[in-house]
Write a protein that binds this ligand. Structure first.
Ligand code: DC
Length: 226
């Protein structure tokens, strides 16, 4: 089987992971895998059933009825299928962000999604972003980046992003939500958000996207034969 390479990009909500990872994947010709979207799909499914993401018994009871699949369209954009239904845009709400963070602390959910993520990386050369890619999902990734930025900068970016899409967004509320999500993602017992020991930290607070991409590409070129 052809050797595959993997780049893990972890970090808190709003650090710029998906924008950066998508650009890197395009520049390098790798497949971009947004693992947050997988947790969001699970959260969306449970939400439709009226199951609280904190209800461990309910989550365990219904999780087997869910099939999550990742599909890529002709432009290489990732689509999420929930029992065959495309829910790619339904999962992008603030409510589902919060629920995905809570449901991702459920052991049954993490267990179900672990093999799926590893399998994608086994078959394809990937740029994968998430919270635990460098620590748990792909501990042997060729390159590990930890992207971060201050909570204020992340909240400002998220607010601007939502406003640009014509959605309602209030900075103070978004800042609160980001802080709450950080707290949940960092303090959960299984696969918490943390920097892998062999990860390179890149603080994007003061950097624009082009500079971050250039910096990471430089790191990638040192570690992966081109
Ligand atoms: O990256 P995102 O905002 O779409 O992720 C939504 C939630 O999913 C995040 O708050 C925590 C969870 N998540 C996770 O636990 N592990 C990952 N690898 C990716 C996301």
């Amino acid at each position: 089987m052809k050797k595959t390479y993997s780049i893990a990009i972890d970090g808190p909500a709003g650090a710029g992971k998906s924008t950066i990872a998508r650009r890197m994947a395009r520049e390098l010709g790798y497949r971009y895998v947004d693992t947050g979207a997988i947790y969001r799909t699970v959260a969306y499914f449970l939400d439709l059933l009226g199951i609280s993401p904190k209800d461990t018994d309910g989550v365990e009871r219904y999780i087997d009825e869910l099939t999550v699949e990742i599909r890529y369209d002709e432009e290489g954009a990732q689509h999420m299928l929930m029992n065959g239904m495309d829910v790619t845009s339904d999962i992008r709400t603030q409510d589902i962000s919060q629920k995905a963070s809570l449901v991702s602390a459920q052991p049954a959910v993490r267990e179900m999604l672990l093999d799926m993520q590893r399998e994608v990386a086994r078959q394809h050369t990937v740029v994968m972003d998430g919270r635990d890619i460098g620590t748990v999902v792909l501990p042997r990734a060729d390159v590990k980046i930890f992207l971060t930025a201050s909570p204020e900068v992340r909240a400002r970016r998220r607010t601007d992003e939502l406003l640009a899409k014509g959605q309602k967004a209030e900075y103070p509320r978004i800042l609160q939500e980001i802080l709450r999500r950080d707290d949940q993602d960092i303090h959960r017992p299984i696969a918490p958000l943390k920097m892998a020991r062999d990860s390179v930290k890149v603080d994007t607070s003061e950097l624009d996207i082009d500079s971050v991409v250039a910096e990471i590409l430089r790191i990638v070129k040192e570690k992966i034969p081109q």
